[in-house]
Write a protein that binds this ligand. Structure first.
Ligand SMILES: Nc1nc2c(ncn2[C@@H]2O[C@H](COP(=O)(O)OP(=O)(O)OP(=O)(O)O)[C@@H](O)[C@H]2O)c(=O)[nH]1
Ligand SMILES: [Zn+2]
Length: 362
């Protein structure tokens, strides 16, 4: 029946459920009930514990390393919930906010052996829902029946896993003229992903010929820097300098990617800022939260360029990963154009950390 949602649509629904604190069921060889740790309530935790069995809190290897929990599963760990687990226990394993003030009393006991496909998919899902990367899972005997009885979204794990590994296709929605301070010949293009995720934008300055390398900037959203004039990073000045250079040259493409906080979302970026207030640097803060230092998929930017007919760029960046990713995605980078602006006394350490730990060019 054509009205039935396909796996892409069901995954979007599952992300929305997890963000609202509603459980989902991942139906594989060992069906599992899944709840995002961040949006778990005491009532749902109590109900989950009443089901019996051995619930676990899945966390990433990064978070496990901070907590000194044994990650027997390589990229993740399954921390066993104590019988009397209450919500604050789940929150303090998932969220590093109080790591220093009230360190977890260990040791945390972790499951080993068995299949972790559901746990891995659950972590992918909560990450893509822009929540903390931690999820509570409980094995249930009949996943489809459990989901139907409780009105929950039920996903077949053998469809979920290959789907999460792919990136979503982006489709052009609309474009319109946008006269701007840097150039009156501006045009804004909107691209929408199929997976229900955030839209990305391309700002075209002038009418760059598709046959020659275009001056291009792959810019990740930074609400604090781009809009609020934050001095903690260099994003706002980089955005304005890139547009100004395109205006001066008379043509260019600025891709404004809604990958806030290097792909972890604004709420998680603010969690990282709060950890930075406790003395951790930008990379350590991401790791303590359970993220990699950079969770962005730059290939989306290459997808937009190609959709617009560009095959070759002069890329405004100090980040060699952006250059590498463009090239491996089939977009030629004829030149890396450095973008050194916006250093101030608040972001000197941030910029030095990116150079030392993330390979940014000074
Ligand atoms: N997680 C996290 N994200 C941050 C922090 N500071 C800035 N960001 C984000 O970092 C990203 C910076 O994006 P870009 O300026 O496009 O990328 P870049 O890797 O610095 O590379 P170039 O500017 O091209 O050299 C934005 O998404 C910001 O929101 C931080 O301390 N933690
Ligand atoms: Zn920024």
């Amino acid at each position: 029946m054509s009205f039935e949602p396909d796996i892409t649509e069901r995954l979007a629904r599952a992300r929305a459920d997890l963000r609202m604190g509603v459980p989902i069921v991942l139906n594989g060889p060992v069906p599992a009930l899944v709840l995002a740790a961040e949006t778990l309530t005491q009532q749902r935790l109590t109900d989950l514990l009443a089901l019996g069995g051995a619930p676990v809190l899945a966390i990433t290897l990064r978070r496990a390393q901070t907590l000194k929990a044994r990650a027997y599963d390589g990229d993740l760990a399954r921390v066993l919930l104590p019988d009397d687990a209450a919500l604050p226990w789940v929150q303090s394993v998932a969220d590093p906010a109080d790591d220093l003030r009230a360190p977890m009393k260990g040791p945390l006991l972790c499951a080993r052996g068995g299949d972790v496909t559901a746990h891995r998919a659950a972590l992918d899902l909560v990450k893509s829902a822009r929540l903390l990367p931690a999820a509570v899972l409980l094995d249930v005997s009949d996943g489809a029946k459990f989901a139907a009885d409780h009105g929950l979204t039920c996903l077949a794990l053998d469809q979920v896993t290959p789907h999460l590994a792919q990136r979503s296709a982006l489709h052009p929605v609309i474009s319109a003229r946008l006269p701007m301070e840097v150039s009156e010949a501006g045009r804004l293009h909107i691209f929408r992903p199929e997976d229900g995720g955030e839209e990305h934008y391309a700002i075209e300055i002038g009418r760059p010929p598709r046959s020659a390398p275009v001056l291009a900037r792959l810019h990740s959203a930074c609400f604090t820097g781009d809009l609020m004039g934050s001095l903690k990073c260099d994003c706002g000045p980089q955005l304005r300098a890139a547009l100004a250079q395109m205006g001066t040259e008379g043509s260019g493409i600025l891709l404004y990617m809604n990958q806030e906080g290097r792909g972890i979302g604004l709420a998680n970026k603010m969690r990282a800022y709060s950890l930075q207030d406790q003395g951790f640097d930008t990379v350590e803060a991401n790791h303590r939260l359970g993220f990699e230092d950079d969770e962005r998929d730059f290939r989306l930017g290459a997808d937009i360029l190609k959709a617009m007919g560009f095959t070759s760029v002069r890329l405004l960046t100090n980040n060699p990963r952006k250059v590498d990713m463009m090239r491996s995605s089939g977009v030629e980078v004829t030149e890396r154009v450095p973008l050194k602006v916006g250093e101030n006394r608040h972001n000197t350490v941030y910029l030095a950390t990116k150079a030392a730990k993330s390979g940014h060019l000074l």
